[in-house]
Design a protein around this ligand. Structure first.
Ligand code: HEM
Length: 158
């Protein structure tokens, strides 16, 4: 399905609804970073992307995950970027059209499958999965630095 997008409109800071949405999203991911110790996560890297399970025993944290992940999916679809100072996030929003994201909300968390048919996009998905791992491990300390950016794919050996 082709989505009509207008990146300029979507990112203009003067749109009050966008602004409110961004403020909400920011409050949610800050709360997740605050409570990173209450989060458990497993990441499986696959040849075509990732599968992750992110969960918590704390229902408030589960509610934050249920808010954050669908909202980030929505922002990918709309090209409504964030963390624009972090090259990995810039790249993910740049290639958003080549990313498929499937989300299952579970009673204690969220299961995500992200794939790309484009082999050059898969390393971005792996790197982002690891970036979320780092947020879960180290909270704000991890989020205050740019995420490690994957090296360009090496040419295949004959
Ligand atoms: C402890 C903190 C955080 C948790 C637990 C969390 C959790 C997740 C999960 C489960 C996903 C789905 C992809 C995956 O499983 O790898 C995701 C995607 C995403 N998150 Fe977060 N996140 C956190 C912090 C942040 C922060 C600080 C930002 C931005 C400032 C952010 C922005 C995004 C974006 C843009 C996506 C969609 C991109 C993609 O999945 O390719 N997240 N997050």
């Amino acid at each position: 399905m082709h989505m009509h997008r207008n990146r300029h409109h979507c990112t203009t800071p003067r749109d009050p609804h966008r602004h409110q949405r961004h403020e909400h999203d920011k409050a949610v991911f800050h709360a997740l970073l605050d409570r990173h110790q209450a989060i458990e996560r497993t990441l499986e890297k696959r040849p075509d992307g990732i599968r992750s399970l992110t969960r918590s025993d704390d229902p408030e944290v589960v509610a934050l995950l249920h808010d954050h992940v669908p909202s980030m999916h929505e922002r990918l679809l709309q090209g409504f970027a964030l963390r624009r100072w972090d090259p990995l996030y810039v790249a993910i929003f740049e290639y958003a059209d080549a990313i498929d994201m499937d989300i299952r909300l579970l009673p204690d968390g969220v299961e995500v499958t992200e794939t790309s048919q484009d082999p050059s996009v898969v390393p971005l998905l792996h790197a982002h999965g690891e970036a979320v791992d780092a947020f879960v491990r180290a909270g704000h300390i991890a989020a205050s630095q740019p995420a490690p950016f994957p090296r360009p794919t090496q040419p295949q050996e004959a």
